[in-house]
Design a protein around this ligand. Structure first.
Ligand SMILES: Nc1ncnc2c1ncn2[C@@H]1O[C@H](COP(=O)(O)OP(=O)(O)O)[C@@H](O)[C@H]1O
Ligand SMILES: [Mg+2]
Length: 268
């Protein structure tokens, strides 16, 4: 059994050498202003690392804090305390938890991608242009981005007759596939995936999982949440189990997913 219990999070340990992402002592509470101002803790000191070409899958029951962790890394949520070290293209370590908004915006365009169940679709933009623009933002020239966008849309089974439509008219599953095409074109250094295949039928799900599997070759560091065990087993190089706002265990998928003592909520 290679499962290990994490030591108590120490916010002062710096980033791991060579890691793209090093989360250290991450804490996040929510204040429920609309209810009674009560504070609810979601993350109580989380440490984890993701290296280049690694795919770390977060597991744990609903409410364990998986989405919250991804949103702190993408800075959709502000971190309570702790550090989120990101090693940039130029080799510099920056703390996403403390970075000015303008620099976060820069990183999001170029180096960090986030794909959730929901397409944050820009209204009045065509499907093809949403995907191509993501490529341009990550350094492709227009023509290359156009061709790569077309290839990515074909790969995820978005019919060519939809390419010049506004994304707002698409179905949930189609939006999700456009989203993943935009997230993986000219892959970012770090890709955050929050249940990216949840709305897909089996054939489209398989196409999207293939696309994600190929990211390993590009050296993209992936931090993901998948609802189903099969996807984790196929794609993850390591699984980190969250529970009670902490890391309960980390290890190889074949060990973690078969450990009956761990609180996993996954569907086969
Ligand atoms: N915006 C928010 N406001 C208040 N509580 C939140 C918010 N987002 C998440 N939470 C709470 O944080 C905890 C973790 O949620 P979440 O990260 O969504 O879990 P998971 O993705 O593992 O199912 C839950 O108790 C949830 O209710
Ligand atoms: Mg979630």
């Amino acid at each position: 059994m290679t499962t290990t219990t994490q030591p108590i999070a120490d916010a002062d340990t710096g980033p791991a050498p060579g890691a793209v992402l090093s989360v250290r002592g991450l804490r996040k509470d929510f204040t429920l202003h609309t209810i009674d101002g009560r504070t609810v803790g979601a993350l109580h000191g989380v440490d984890l690392d993701v290296g280049p070409g690694e795919h770390v899958a977060l597991a744990g029951t609903s409410g364990a804090g998986k989405s919250t962790l991804l949103r702190c890394v993408y800075r959709t949520y502000l971190t309570g305390s702790g550090h989120i070290w990101f090693r940039t293209e130029t080799g510099e370590s920056v703390d996403i938890a403390a970075l000015p908004d303008a620099e976060v915006a820069q990183l999001r365009g170029h180096e960090i991608g986030y794909v959730s169940q929901f397409l944050r679709s820009q209204p009045r933009r065509s499907v093809l242009s949403i995907v191509a623009t993501a490529g341009v933002a990550r350094g492709m020239d227009r023509e290359a981005a156009h061709d790569a966008a077309a290839a990515a849309l074909r790969q995820v089974g978005i019919d060519e007759q939809l390419w010049d439509m506004h994304a707002t008219v698409l179905s949930g599953g189609q939006k999700q596939r456009v989203n993943i095409a935009a997230g993986t074109i000219s892959p970012p250094r770090l890709l955050l995936l929050d249940e990216p295949v949840s709305a897909l039928d089996p054939a489209n799900r398989a196409a999207v999982l293939d696309l994600i599997a190929r990211l390993e070759e590009t050296g993209t560091a992936v931090l993901s949440v998948f609802h189903d065990l099969d996807a984790i087993e196929r794609l993850a190089t390591r699984v980190v189990v969250l529970g009670g706002g902490k890391v309960l265990a980390t290890g190889a998928p074949e060990d973690i997913l078969r450990d009956p003592s761990l609180p996993l909520e996954v569907a086969r």
